[in-house]
Design a binder for this molecule. Structure first.
Ligand code: ATP
Ligand code: ZN
Length: 225
């Protein structure tokens, strides 16, 4: 079933990055037989296996060497790196490329009826987020003392539900914030999908396959520009 000589790439199974990841692999010439429910898809024309998982699991799989490569949002990567470093777990990756999809911003937002606010307003407030590490680092940098409420989903309803005074959440168009009566403030992180590699990878055959794929990746990017 699993063969450790095959290059293993982790991508998101279903979500905002899955279609772009599948398209990218196709453009790189990797022929995959994707079956809806399968965790692993084997390439038919190269020694590559694609693991389809939740995006949150991708940094850890690559940092631990379970997968050689992964495609994940920088937001998820930066959060996982900070969390794992704090737990003294491996947190290094080689970033091979920033990809031209998955763009989003991690931004602060608060109830619209409060109107425009300065950074000082956050002092002593509760801020709900799925990115507690990135938010805590920002607050420390800005010297703001606020409490961070960790939520794994539906962050945008937290103020209305009385769980928090403000939020720090991913935004692309701002439509979700608006629909929830929230006003967008400062962006604390801008993110794209990126291709990461396990830094301890030493297998010559796998490294030479990666070196064959990378120029194709640049070719794909140029073709789109
Ligand atoms: P999973 O089930 O894999 O955990 P998820 O619900 O955490 O999925 P998605 O909503 O599919 O994740 O988003 C995956 C990634 O897409 C995000 O981490 C981010 O990098 C990127 N992204 C791009 N635009 C947005 C957006 N508007 N909102 C959220 N994420 C976005
Ligand atoms: Zn996720």
């Amino acid at each position: 079933m699993t063969d450790s000589t095959r290059l293993r790439i982790a991508i998101q199974k279903s979500g905002r990055l899955s279609k772009d990841c599948q398209d990218l692999l196709k453009q790189l010439g990797v022929k995959l037989e994707l079956r809806e429910q399968r965790l692993i898809a084997h390439a038919t024309n190269m020694p590559i296996d694609v693991l389809r998982v939740r995006d949150d699991d991708i940094p850890g799989l690559v940092m631990d060497g379970v997968c050689d490569l992964g495609i994940v949002g920088e937001n998820v990567l930066v959060e996982a790196q900070a969390e794992r470093a704090r737990q003294s777990l491996p947190s290094d990756v080689n970033k091979l490329a920033k990809l031209d999809f998955g763009y989003c911003r991690l931004a602060l937002a608060w109830p619209q009826e409060l109107g425009a606010q300065s950074k000082q307003w956050f002092e002593g407030k509760r801020i709900a987020t799925t990115y507690p590490e990135i938010l805590s680092q920002y607050l420390a940098r800005e010297n703001i003392k606020a409490s961070v409420v960790m939520l794994t989903g539906s962050v945008e309803v937290a103020p209305r539900a009385g769980l928090a005074d403000a939020i720090c959440d991913l935004v692309s168009t701002g439509a979700t914030l608006e629909a929830n009566g929230l006003m967008q403030g400062e962006t604390i992180l801008e993110s794209n999908a990126c291709l990461i590699q396990n830094p301890a990878l030493q297998d010559d055959a796998k490294l030479s396959l990666i070196n064959k794929l990378l120029p194709r990746l640049r070719g794909v990017k140029q073709a789109k520009e």
